[in-house]
Design a protein around this ligand. Structure first.
Ligand code: ME8
Length: 519
């Protein structure tokens, strides 16, 4: 069943490079994971949501050098800014890992030793190319017009004695893992891509550098430093205390239920990461979930190319709730999606300001006018709306569970609009004119039904627009902590609300956008 409750849920995002300020593409990933984390908390699951910062490697080394500060000073500033943006965007991560944390670095050293002792690591001469923006080793045949196949930028020639990981040893085991676990890679197109890669055969890859010293020193050779990707991937278990005395979180939460990433880092997460884990005897994650690109003007956002949607400017223009709504409603899961001011304004005015905002403001205005701001005590409620809610709940939860965020929102909005239509059809202003007991009862029933529609739809709106949802609960006078209480599980059926609450101060949730915005 879609809403079957599990006991624990561990969810992660990729950890962005700290070479520049975050752009909206990276924030999009946090939003997707945050919706899922909040949904699982609403189900009452013990949820652990991890994100963090990728702070080593050549890209950051160069950025710090260009600014004339130490690498640590540079990343400290970037991390502070990243944390500020996470808060601004209501990202509810339970933990934040930095790859410069001492405990993380120790775990990296332990894992390198373990892989070495297992015979999966050997020394060899490396001669090939390196793409600094992607922090990726490339061979001649992989270049396109002499440039990186991923980001089309210049590559550097690298000639070093490196340590290599025997990835080729893991082809068959990886293929078996993917076949045995059909939901390991989502969506299916990405799964097929990985199966294709495995069938072409895997090459061993370099896991250390001598020339890039901004990393973790390799325990068995002090002239070598960790390859930034191996260092970064380890965050998902070092954050849980893997291999240390304090490994309670690891024991409790690993393997991860969902690891959210973008499509450019699929191979690192669906091939290299499970192989490294297999090497040290740890079970791979249960699912890797791959989203598409946020684009602007047909091009992928990219800090280094200067094509960017600034999270602060966007939040100033539209508010964080509306941005979270727009990207989850507009883009089908796994697909690329473009931001345009026109599409944003259209959805904002029609769906947020009119449909949802008006339902709340009209209902509260009537409760204020006809019942002195007190929601009537529980009544039977409207039978059609009750029935529709039962269907809505089932279908919306099924969608969100399967990453169909847009479908989930469409289902919720159908319900919201059924409630709007109910106002027109039931004509509460007519019942309000009469003091006859049957009219008083009728009006109570209408107002309770509307409050119930708002309460229930708002529980499902919460993962997408947490701060708007909390405001609506306050306006309904409902004292529930949406962040911690399992509201879907325990407060998500028609009639769970006893009514009789004093409504809070009314506030327009989504003021209409009248003038065209620049962004
Ligand atoms: O890859 N649209 O960091 P990163 C959507 N440090 N998603 C995007 C995007 C866009 N325009 N641009 C980037 C790294 N992303 C590594 C990760 S994890 C062990 C190490 C996504 O800052 C990207 O796909 O380049 C990735 O999932 C995340 O943002 C961080 O990207």
């Amino acid at each position: 069943m879609a809403e079957e409750k599990k006991d624990r849920f561990y969810i992660t995002t990729a950890i962005p490079y700290m070479n520049a300020k975050l752009h909206l593409g990276q924030v999009y990933e946090f939003i997707l994971a945050d919706v899922m984390a909040r949904y699982h908390r609403l189900l009452g699951e013990d949820t652990y949501f991890l994100t963090g910062s990728d702070e080593h490697g050549q890209k950051i080394f160069k950025s710090a050098a260009a600014k004339g500060v130490t690498q640590k000073e540079y990343v400290d500033d970037m991390v502070a800014d990243m944390k500020r943006i996470l808060k601004l965007y209501c990202i509810s991560n339970d933990a934040f890992i930095r790859t410069t944390d001492e405990a993380h670095e120790q775990t990296v050293r332990n894992i390198y030793s373990k892989m070495f002792e297992n015979g999966d690591v050997y020394k060899n001469a490396y001669e090939g190319w390196y793409c600094v923006p992607c922090e990726t080793f490339l061979m001649d045949g992989q270049l396109v017009d002499g440039k990186c196949p991923q980001c089309s930028r210049e590559v550097e020639l690298v000639k070093e004695d490196n340590y290599f990981f025997k990835l080729s040893n893991y082809e068959a085991r990886l293929l078996k893992y993917i076949e045995d676990n059909p939901d390991f890679i989502i969506p299916e197109t990405r799964r097929n891509e990985v199966i294709g890669l495995l069938k072409q055969g895997l090459k061993d890859f370099s896991i250390s550098r001598t020339t890039v010293k901004w990393g973790v020193q390799i325990p068995f050779d002090s002239s070598q430093y960790s390859y930034v990707w191996v260092d970064a991937l380890i965050n998902y278990i070092s954050a849980l205390g893997y291999g240390s005395k304090n490994d309670e979180l690891f024991v409790k939460y690993w393997p991860a239920d969902q690891q959210h990433i973008g499509k450019d880092i699929l191979k690192f997460h669906a091939v290299i990461w499970p192989a490294l884990l297999m090497s040290i005897g740890v079970t791979p994650p249960k699912q890797v979930i791959i989203h598409g690109w946020i684009m602007k003007g047909g091009e992928k956002l990219s800090k280094s190319k200067g094509i960017t949607l600034d999270p602060d400017e966007m939040a100033d223009e539209y508010g964080v709730d509306a941005i979270r709504y727009f990207f989850t409603r507009e883009i089908s899961f796994g697909n690329d999606g473009s931001f345009t001011a026109e599409a944003m304004q259209k959805r904002y005015n029609a769906e947020l300001s009119n449909d949802y905002g008006n339902l709340v403001s009209r209902t509260l205005a009537m409760i204020e006018k006809y019942r002195d701001g007190v929601i009537p005590p529980k009544t039977e409620g409207d039978a059609n709306l009750k029935k529709l809610w039962n269907e809505t709940r089932k279908s919306a939860l099924k969608s969100i569970h399967g990453f169909g965020y847009g479908d989930c929102l469409v289902t919720i909005w159908n319900f919201i609009n059924a409630a709007n239509k109910y106002i027109e059809d039931s004509r509460p202003w007519e019942a309000a004119k009469s003091a006859a007991p049957e009219d008083v009862k009728k009006l109570d029933n209408i107002l309770y039904s509307l409050a119930e529609c708002i309460r229930l739809s708002t529980i499902l709106v919460y993962p997408f627009m947490p701060s708007a949802a909390m405001k609506v609960f306050e306006q309904l006078g409902i004292k529930k902590d949406m962040d911690t209480e399992p509201l879907i599980a325990e407060y998500g059926n028609w009639g769970d609300f006893e009514g009789n609450t004093k409504t809070g101060k009314r506030e327009i949730l989504f003021p209409r956008i009248e003038n065209e915005k620049a962004l």
